[in-house]
Design a binder for this molecule. Structure first.
Ligand code: ZN
Length: 235
């Protein structure tokens, strides 16, 4: 599933060789990561990766504010350096901010020094922009191996995965994103969506924003609460 994101690229074959479990969002083979609460819990966590992104992050913040919903944003450090104002807007709106590395490499192919550099670089960028934030970390593409989790642990990070994916990487229509997410919801879920794109700033996430709007209405009507990852972990 996730391997399809990078299938057809030069690294695709190597990922297959490295083992599917290093990419599976819910797999615990390489160490514990937070994925979701137990089934049936009336909480949902929206998570948005690959921002901050101009202009769509601000548009998404408007939608979340309209519904009084707090979410979790996994930011790419180099984008935070480029647009610290957007990171500040996310933080001041009450959302949780997590680390998504500095340049979004597939960490299973990096040595420990590089993994450390990616995590520390992103942390410094976020720290400079917004100050104190969470210790949440999400590996790019969900890729992790023992070294990734070991380094993250040493640096004090909690790895956060997900159990519901919107498959919104290639900006499908909002209706398709909604159907994909709705099919996987069973309560207590961590939902993966994207407000940015890891290749460059400016990715069009209008369909994700529209889908988010509809999903919030739908699941609030069904009695769900939308919470941040820190709030979900504490509950
Ligand atoms: Zn990402």
């Amino acid at each position: 599933m996730l391997a399809s994101v990078i299938a057809g690229t030069a690294v695709g074959t190597a990922i297959v060789a490295a083992g599917y479990q290093s990419m599976s969002p819910t797999g615990q083979w390489y160490g514990r990561t937070f994925t979701s609460l137990s089934r049936g819990t009336k909480q949902l966590a929206l998570t948005f990766d690959d921002g901050p992104n101009d202009p769509d992050t601000l548009k998404l913040l408007e939608v979340l504010a309209r519904h009084n919903v707090r979410a979790t944003f996994f930011l790419i450090g180099r984008y935070v350096r480029e647009r610290p104002d957007l990171a500040r807007e996310i933080a001041s709106s009450g959302h949780a901010i997590g680390n998504h590395t500095y340049t979004h490499p597939l960490l299973i192919f990096q040595n420990e020094a590089e993994i450390r550099k990616q995590l520390s670089g992103c942390r410094a960028a976020i720290q400079d922009a917004v100050g104190e934030h969470s210790n949440l970390f999400r590996p790019p593409f969900g890729g992790r191996r023992p070294a990734v989790l070991r380094v993250a642990g040493k640096l004090g990070f909690d790895p956060i995965m997900w159990n519901v994916t919107g498959h919104d990487w290639n900006a499908p229509p909002a209706a398709a994103i909604e159907v994909k997410v709705a099919r996987q919801i069973r309560g207590g879920d961590v939902i993966l969506l994207h407000d940015g794109g890891h290749k460059q700033m400016g990715a069009d996430r209008s369909q994700t924003i529209l889908a988010t709007d509809h999903l919030i209405v739908r699941y609030k009507n069904e009695g769900y609460d939308f919470v941040t990852i820190p709030a979900m972990i504490k509950s």
